[in-house]
Write a protein of this length. Structure first.
Length: 119
């Protein structure tokens, strides 16, 4: 089966004091996007910045406090999409956290999201 391409929108908060949120850009019958993108290993994930601010994402543990790797995972310029995309791999999931990949923005540390790995 070929890998899929997914997009997560970075949308502004309700007012200027609210953090941006990460919203999977997927169809649902209810029209309400899930909190976590559901993807498979080796699918490609990109982020579409709709906030007008730069973002830098890193993988974290489930608390969103501790970066798992020191390097930036993805850099996203304001009003742009990430390129190249991120490709979830088995090495990105800690056995203690099951099948969820956690990430946060290092510029706006209160902004975070998840990718749930499904088979």
């Amino acid at each position: 089966m070929a890998a899929q391409n997914w997009t997560i929108k970075i949308v502004p908060g309700k007012d200027v004091t609210d953090p941006a949120t990460f919203v999977p850009d997927v169809y649902t019958p209810s029209g309400i996007a899930p909190d976590s993108l559901q993807a498979q290993f080796y699918d490609e994930v990109s982020w579409n910045d709709q906030t007008g601010q730069d973002h830098q994402l890193v993988l974290t543990d489930e608390t969103f406090l501790n970066a798992l790797t020191p390097e930036t995972l993805i850099e996203i310029a304001k009003w742009d999409s990430s390129y190249p995309g991120y490709v979830p791999q088995p090495k990105d999931v800690s056995p203690a956290t099951g099948s969820v990949i956690y990430y946060k923005c290092t510029i706006h540390t209160e902004e975070h999201g998840t990718i749930t790995i499904v088979t």
